[in-house]
Every structure is written in C-alpha cells, then in structure tokens.
Design a protein around this ligand. Structure first.
Ligand SMILES: C=C(O[C@@H]1C=C(C(=O)O)C=C[C@H]1O)C(=O)O
Length: 90
C-alpha cells in the first residue's frame, strides 16, 4: 500500500517539477518580450493580450474538466508575477 502511495506521489513530484520548469521558461520569454517592447518603445502592460489569455485558457480548462475560475486565478497570479519580474530588472 505504501509503495503504491509513494509511486503516485513520485508522479506528482515529477509533474510539479515540470510545472516549475515551464514557469521558469515562461518568465524567461516574458523578459525577452519586455526587452523587445522596451527597444521599440511599446508599453509593457497589454490588457487586451491578458484578457485574451484568460478567456482562451479558461475555455481550454472547461474542455479538460478543470475549473475555469481556478485557471483564471492561477494565470492572473502568473501575469502579476510578470509585472514584478520585469520591475526587478534582472
Ligand atoms: C508578455 C507580455 O507582456 C505582458 C505580460 C503578459 C503575460 O505574462 O502573459 C501578457 C501581457 C502583457 O501585459 C506580452 O505582451 O505578451
């Protein structure tokens, strides 16, 4: 029984690691976009793009049997972190 539980937990650990790696890649791309926008004098904040992301991903969440509100909440947090990320000027 414990072996089975550990196997399942190991799978969750692997998935969590993948989520972290993907978030790291996402913030890397956000920083690239930030530099691109800075170069061409564009504002970093794009409310239309953010609205598009939240709508698209919550529609996708429904198809996958996930709560669309949960996915919107997570993505809003991630996008808020994008703002903090670029203000750190790393
Ligand atoms: C990364 C961008 O810049 C900002 C950050 C976003 C994000 O984290 O997805 C989305 C829109 C912008 O407010 C972008 O315009 O794509």
């Amino acid at each position: 029984m414990i072996v089975e539980l550990n196997k399942l937990r190991n799978q969750i650990d692997t998935i969590d690691q993948q989520v972290l790696n993907l978030l790291s890649k996402r913030f890397f791309l956000v920083k690239k976009i930030c530099r691109f926008k800075h170069k061409y004098g564009l504002p970093f904040y794009s409310p239309d793009r953010e609205a598009f992301i939240l709508k698209e991903r919550s529609d996708e969440a429904i198809k996958l049997g996930l709560s669309p509100q949960f996915i919107r909440d997570i993505l809003s947090q991630i996008i808020n972190e994008s703002m903090r990320c670029i203000s750190r000027k790393e």
